[in-house]
Design a protein around this ligand. Structure first.
Ligand SMILES: O=P([O-])([O-])O[C@@H]1[C@H](O)[C@H](O)[C@@H](O)[C@H](O)[C@H]1O
Ligand SMILES: [Mg+2]
Ligand SMILES: [Mg+2]
Length: 239
């Protein structure tokens, strides 16, 4: 069984590498042989976005809309390819997270004042939401933290947490295909995931906080003005 999953992961890495070269996924059939499928483009086309216990590929062909190719085999394996940097991030549940073969480990920083926090403004332009995003960011900056970053890709921001380059990343408005692969990268590198209000992470809630440790995460939770976007698995009639 273990070897079967390794073959699947090797295949996903090869596909990600190829997609990084051509910029687009040429043949979605690569992902179909054995599992269910949730993808940004398929959901946009009206396909369901339901997470079941069945093995499911969760794919964002281009995240950050320019350079990146993340995909995930939810909770079992994740692949994020940063093609401009030629960095292949791979995680497998219980077996660690790696970048170009080198094992990743989150930062051991415990002081929020020495921490770098990544976030994004996302794509929601609703006035109330934008207000809360700015207000949260202002409060995080004034903790104070050491710095704020945004890679322009949820997947890459999560890989930065996993790599120890930033201590935390949070965002409200992401989709499951933006974060599934990177979330596994974070936990396999020793980090923590939670909801932006401090509860358990709900992958379909469109809210995520990832950090190197619980102490850092909880201090950021205290600064976030949360709001509740429509869930990824909301029934189609509500969308
Ligand atoms: O639309 P897309 O470029 O695949 O994904 C987006 C990127 O990850 C962006 O950094 C994040 O702020 C958005 O919330 C995502 O939806
Ligand atoms: Mg995306
Ligand atoms: Mg995308």
């Amino acid at each position: 069984m273990a070897e079967q999953w390794q073959d699947v992961l090797d295949h996903a890495v090869a596909v990600a590498q190829k997609a990084g070269k051509v910029g687009l996924l040429e043949n979605p059939d690569y992902f179909i042989p054995l599992v269910l499928f949730i993808g940004e483009e398929s959901v946009a086309a009206g396909e369901p976005c339901d997470l079941t216990d069945e093995p499911t590929w969760i794919i964002d062909p281009i995240d950050g809309t320019t350079n990146f190719f993340p995909l995930a085999f939810l909770l079992i394996m994740g692949v994020v390819y940063s093609c401009l940097e030629d960095k292949m991030f791979v995680a497998r549940r219980g077996k660690g997270a790696f970048c170009n073969g080198k094992q990743l480990r989150v930062s051991d920083q415990k002081d929020i004042h020495c921490s770098i926090v990544a976030t994004e403004f996302g794509s929601n332009r609703d006035g109330g939401a934008v207000e809360k995003i700015f207000s949260s960011l202002r409060k995080v900056v004034c903790l104070p933290v050491h710095g704020v970053r945004g890679a322009g890709s949820a997947a890459i921001n999560l890989c930065l947490v996993a790599s120890g380059c930033v201590e935390a990343y949070y965002e409200i408005g992401v989709h499951v295909w933006d974060v599934a692969a990177g979330a596994l990268m974070v936990t396999e590198a020793g980090g923590v995931l939670m909801d932006v209000e401090g509860g358990a992470l709900d992958m379909m809630s469109r809210r995520i906080l990832a950090a190197n440790n619980r102490h850092i995460a909880e201090q950021i939770v205290g600064q976030i003005q949360a709001f509740t976007p429509q869930r990824d698995d909301a029934p189609p009639q509500q969308q």
